[in-house]
Design a protein around this ligand. Structure first.
Ligand SMILES: *[C@@H]1O[C@H](CO)[C@@H](O)[C@H](O)[C@H]1NC(C)=O
Ligand SMILES: *[C@@H]1O[C@H](CO)[C@@H](O)[C@H](O)[C@H]1NC(C)=O
Ligand SMILES: *[C@@H]1O[C@H](CO)[C@@H](O)[C@H](O)[C@H]1NC(C)=O
Ligand SMILES: *[C@@H]1O[C@H](CO)[C@@H](O)[C@H](O)[C@H]1NC(C)=O
Ligand SMILES: *[C@@H]1O[C@H](CO)[C@@H](O)[C@H](O)[C@H]1NC(C)=O
Length: 449
């Protein structure tokens, strides 16, 4: 009798674990290889607007697994993609050029909403426009030999936009599945750092449609920077940790995980630009001190308040300019005269990539890669850390590099990484299910015998 009961219990556990595993694998993209993508992502966004400064043939393609061509936008009728005449040749050459030096590299075409929010809302709200949009993106990707598509809608701002985004993604995935092609196109979105919008036009922003996202996408890129773009005070624009607010990369990662996106579908963004301001008083030069204006327009970005990493290095060459690193928030800043700049130093980037790795995320992306210096300092550091080629500095365990005080309560308590809260909850739930089912099985086996 005991034997029968035991064997029925074991049989059940075996079946359950096989079922459970296959579900997890489906969710976490073991199929990635079939889709032609490595299961781990070291992505870079290449901005076509900077193609003169940083043409595609100059990219060190060994540092990335995926390159995004950023970006194209909707045409005037809101139903297709417009390729500006001066981009036709660049677009057409891009995939072939970068793959010639790294055949394993995958390219994705990113469609952005820059300054066309209303058009995107209108397109997503209309079934016929959505279908035309989807058809147009597939055609463009195939014509120009891209391996995937991305939607960088910054940002859907109402519950209706979010619901329509969900519809668009489901229809897009279905259409990609119907294609009779040897390889399936990858589909991603580039989204707000958190699953819940905080600084949209309305005070209580909407949530992303996470079910549709999980079902339809290969992964989500989250923009873990630009937290204080309109600030009247100096601030860490891309902090990893922040105990005082929700504006941190670790908070964003945790919010997506808690909303149900599996870590293997999350790719964390790291900026290659800094945020600059003019200080009100040169002697008041810490985060939170008053400013009078955003920093000057820079040559690379052609925007005020935004400064490329390679331009930051120019300032730091001056021996009088000292960069300050804060391990509690994992941030860097420097002051030069009355200019104050928050930025991601190579040390910050290293910490962020370690955090992403430790949290079990699918990967990281750099934004934009054209802002790196000619030695590719940041891209190399990020790639080396991700691939485990760099030892943790100081020889200690990785966790020790983030003092506990630096992490907000939501994430990384004890330095375990953002995934801990959600993953633990998931595995605890899983264990309970096994336990309860096992118990039922045991009882039914006992009764039956
Ligand atoms: C595209 O590639 C062709 C052939 O390799 C080359 O002649 C042309 O100059 C390239 N155009 C651009 C814009 O890179
Ligand atoms: C600037 O800050 C310093 C140090 O807090 C202070 O002594 C000085 O009076 C301030 N200057 C002005 C013009 O407010
Ligand atoms: C910035 O503005 C907010 C309100 O908009 C205010 O509470 C805060 O004190 C201001 N900070 C500085 C440094 O002026
Ligand atoms: C920089 O931006 C201004 C408008 O903001 C534009 O007129 C100008 O053409 C841009 N310059 C370059 C080099 O893109
Ligand atoms: C690139 O590396 C070389 C050798 O390490 C160094 O001399 C040079 O200053 C670096 N250039 C930049 C832009 O960092």
């Amino acid at each position: 009798m005991g034997q029968t009961t035991l064997s029925s219990l074991f049989t059940f556990l075996l079946i359950f674990s096989i079922f459970h595993n296959s579900r997890c694998q489906k969710q976490c993209g073991v199929s990635d290889d079939r889709r032609g993508g490595p299961s781990r992502v070291r992505a870079g966004f290449w901005f076509s607007q900077y193609s003169l400064h940083s043409p595609a043939p100059t990219i060190d393609t060994s540092l990335y697994t995926h390159l995004y061509y950023y970006s194209l936008s909707l045409d005037g009728a809101n139903s297709g993609i417009a390729v500006p005449p001066d981009q036709v040749a660049v677009l057409c050459n891009f995939s072939g050029t970068v793959k010639s030096s790294n055949p394993a590299l995958k390219t994705l075409l990113s469609v952005a909403a820059d300054g066309r929010q209303t058009s995107f809302s209108a397109m997503a709200a209309d079934a016929a426009l959505r279908a035309a949009f989807i058809a147009s993106t597939l055609e463009l990707a195939r014509e120009n030999r891209f391996d995937g598509l991305d939607l960088a809608w910054e940002f859907p701002s109402s519950p209706a936009d979010m619901a329509n985004l969900g519809l668009l993604l489901e229809e897009w995935r279905a259409r990609i599945g119907e294609e009779a092609a040897p390889s399936t196109l990858l589909l991603t979105i580039t989204a707000y750092f958190s699953n819940h919008l905080f600084d949209g036009p309305t005070t209580d922003g909407p949530d992303y449609p996470t079910d549709a996202i999980s079902r339809s996408l290969d992964w989500v890129n989250i923009l873990c920077f630009g937290f204080h773009r309109n600030g009247n005070a100096t601030a860490n624009d891309a902090a990893l940790f922040d105990r005082t607010s929700h504006f941190s990369a670790s908070y964003g990662v945790t919010s997506w995980l808690d909303a149900g996106i599996p870590p293997c579908k999350l790719v964390m963004g790291v900026p290659l630009y800094g945020r600059s301001w003019f200080l009100k008083n040169k002697s008041k030069n810490e985060p939170g001190d008053p400013v009078v204006a955003e920093g000057p327009r820079q040559k690379m970005s052609n925007q005020s308040g935004v400064i490329a990493f390679l331009e930051i290095e120019g300032f730091l060459k001056d021996p009088g300019t000292k960069s300050v690193y804060d391990g509690r928030t994992a941030t860097s800043y420097f002051q030069s005269g009355d200019l104050w700049v928050s930025y991601d130093s190579p040390q910050v980037v290293e910490g962020k990539v370690r955090f992403a790795r430790r949290s079990g995320l699918l990967g990281y992306f750099l934004w934009p890669i054209s802002f790196d210096d000619s030695n590719r300092t940041v891209s190399k550091r990020a790639s080396g850390v991700w691939l485990g080629e760099r030892e943790s500095q100081g020889g200690g365990r990785e966790e020790e590099r983030f003092p506990e005080g630096g992490a907000p309560p939501l994430a990384a308590a004890g330095g375990g990484g953002a995934v801990s809260a959600s993953a633990q909850r998931l595995s605890v739930t899983g264990c309970r299910v096994v336990l309860v089912c096992g118990l039922l099985c045991f009882l039914s086996g006992w009764l039956w015998v």
